[in-house]
Write a new protein. Sequence first.
Length: 465
Amino acid sequence: MAKSGLSNKITTSFIIVSVLAVIATSLIMLLMTRQQFSTYIDNYNQVMLDQWAPIISDYYSQYGSDGLQEYLQANTIGNGKAMGQRRHHGSMPMGMGIRQGQRLIVTDANNMVVADTQGLLIGQPAKLDSLHSSRELRVDNQPRATLYIISPLGSGLSSLENQFVARLTINTAILAIVIGIIALILGLALGKRISSPLAALSSAIHQLANGKLDERLSLQGDREFMELGRDFNLMAQKLDDVEKNRRRLTADISHELRTPLTFLRGQLEGMQTGSIPLDIESIALLQDEVIRLSHLVKELDNLSLVENRAVSLNFSRFPLSELLEHLIPVNLAMQDKGISYSIDLDSTIKEIYADHDRLLQILLNLLSNAMQHVEQGGQVTLSIQRYRNHLQFAVADNGPGIPPENLPHVFERFYRIDDSRNRREGGMGLGLAIARGYVEAQHGKIWVESSPGCGTVFYFTLPQE
């Protein structure tokens, strides 16, 4: 399997950066080394000039240029043949000499070479540039000659210094090659480490785009890749849930419409054949079903606004007593069913800041839901309390409660805990979904607490300015 383009790019980039870094570092080190050597040679030449200038000036004051060539060669080369010259003209102080590859040249006042430690330029005009260290020789305070010291670094001659710099250059090139190979190996490993999870992610995304919503990742390695894998799985799960909800919504709407339409069709066909009398009672049944269908369409419209976050809100301050007055019909309905209804209020609450109609709809939905799940003689309680900067509403009942496996789904549309309930007894399964949407639209939170046999409490909060 060929490497991905990303892996190649990572490897190439790693090699280029590493080799360029080594080359740049090596060049800087090389330049600094050469500069230090040049400084060292210049300083050394100045020391040599300080040592040789007075000696040659003294020789020049006594003998002139006569015998100077033999004198320099005898005292710089150190061969036995020149020992007589040393005794004839004197010898150098102990420790004097020149380094291998260095060269001493003496020119007279006419710039003619009168002495050369290598014996190559005797009697010739000196053609020396300013790069070479030089010192003017004065006799009786008059310029008589010039002493030059030629360094091998300046002249290009083979020397220990040049050999060292050459070896340093070669070692730098070898180091760059070794670092390049190491960078290649590390780049391949790093490229594979980075590109493999991304390749797996890319493959999973393609599968997801092709409709395979059950595709999941299990990325290993660095924390960032593991988080990326978890985020992808969460996204895929949400997309899967959305798709399932869409299919279930279509099925639920079809089911919710099929039942009343079937009833209406049967009633009308019976009236046409004469099996069902066309009287006021039959027409009232048809009218009830039409009203329920209209209510279903309205609820679906509200649910669409909630799910698309298109709910229009009209916030205002209104008295708590006004809200409670609109709940009196619910109290009467509970009394007719033999259910005890009570209200627990925080005495400090006088006004509420919210969308009046949406809040009323939330409470009506929750109270109606509680009333449907409480038998005769049961208890339903509405509680409104203040907690810091928000109000907490609670609708509690002492009904059969909700099994734990059903709690995560109670706010889903068309969800019924007891599938045996029909639409007339258990509602259409949209009230809690709409209530949640209205609460969240007002920046509140809603949740449910329940356990089988211990009743159910629906809580929601609304922030207050």
